[in-house]
Design a protein around this ligand. Structure first.
Ligand code: NAD
Length: 293
């Protein structure tokens, strides 16, 4: 079976690497942090101190990196993918990144005989490690067809939305909605509490009706009402995604009131909720720290 490279072995990249290995792929991994490489090597992933071996031996290289700026650095930087160019290499960016960056990098990689597609993910670290993520994909039909066997080993559902960048546009919209729905669901729980109605029962009712969302169906029961707050997705990353949405809407010349309020509230949360906290903690702005029912 073909070798697959993964750059970025964090919460998501680690799970993807292990899912690919379980499916029989040879997995070649790189992370900027030595301790992360060592931890993955303990789990049976071949890790390297630079991306050279990945570019040489892998058919497909997957990126799972924090920000668009880091993705750009990993492609164009001194020891990046362009410096190690191998014509025919297909790069799949699963990071939540900026569509314009994606389109620009796709052009640069194409000039070097390589290809880029965006396949950002949902499902969190649990989805990554169980190979059950959802992917929204941007790329050419030929590249998507080529990557599909590898993507199938990591995901349960894939939607090919359009050309390069369309996956990142969709992912930004998805996370903006999730960020907004966390705020509206927290307000719903606040109303129920003030009205003397049990929050869990209220959400059960909502989830049988038209007010339900991914947040009321999944986030509140799994991470909020039980006080677990262990989704594996941080405030820092969600604040980044909301900023990305705000920036992207600005570039499109859009001024949308609910999106603007969502962006403001998430930006201001930096004063009270630390970067490393679980992103579901945003509900504490409405519900206080004793969020357990
Ligand atoms: P993470 O911070 O846990 O992992 C990112 C990894 O990239 C880290 O191990 C870091 O050391 C490594 N890294 C940073 N700079 C690097 C570089 N220059 N070269 C190589 N490695 C580098 O983040 P994560 O939670 O795994 O998220 C990764 C991406 O997936 C982000 O874009 C995030 O928004 C997105 N995402 C995360 C989740 C989630 O639930 N965690 C869900 C969906 C999407």
């Amino acid at each position: 079976m073909a070798a697959v490279g993964i750059i970025g072995l964090g919460n998501m990249g680690r799970g993807m690497a292990l899912s690919l290995k379980r499916s029989g792929y040879r997995v070649l991994g790189f992370d900027a942090v030595e301790a992360t490489r060592a931890a993955l090597a303990e789990e049976g992933i071949e890790t390297f101190s630079d991306i050279g071996p990945l570019c040489r031996d892998a058919e497909i290289v997957i990126l799972s990196l924090p920000t668009a700026a880091i993705v750009e650095e990993v492609v164009t930087g001194k020891n990046g993918l362009l410096a190690h160019a191998r014509p025919g290499l297909l790069v799949v960016d699963t990071s939540t990144s900026h569509p314009q960056t994606t389109r620009k990098l796709s052009g640069l990689l194409a000039d070097a005989g390589m290809a880029l597609m965006d396949a950002p993910v949902s499902g969190g670290p649990k989805g990554a490690i169980t190979g059950t993520m959802t992917m929204v994909i941007g790329g050419s039909d030929a590249d998507v067809a080529r990557a599909t066997p590898v993507l199938e080993a990591m995901s349960a559902k894939r939607v090919h939305v359009g050309p390069v960048g369309a996956g990142h546009v969709t992912k930004i919209i998805n996370n903006l909605l999730c960020a907004a729905q966390l705020l509206t669901a927290a307000e719903a729980v606040r109303i129920a509490r003030e009205a003397g109605v049990d929050a869990e029962r209220m959400l059960e009712g909502i989830n049988a009706g038209s007010g339900r969302s991914g947040v009321t169906l999944v986030n509140f029961p799994t991470w909020v009402l039980n006080g677990a707050f262990d989704s594996g997705f941080s405030m820092k990353l969600m604040r980044k995604d909301v900023r990305l949405a705000e920036q992207f809407m600005g570039e499109l010349g859009l001024s949308l009131p609910l999106a603007a309020d969502t962006a403001r509230i998430w930006a201001e949360s930096v004063a009270t909720i630390p970067d490393g906290a679980d992103f579901n903690r945003i509900v504490e702005l409405q519900l206080g720290q004793a969020t357990t029912n």
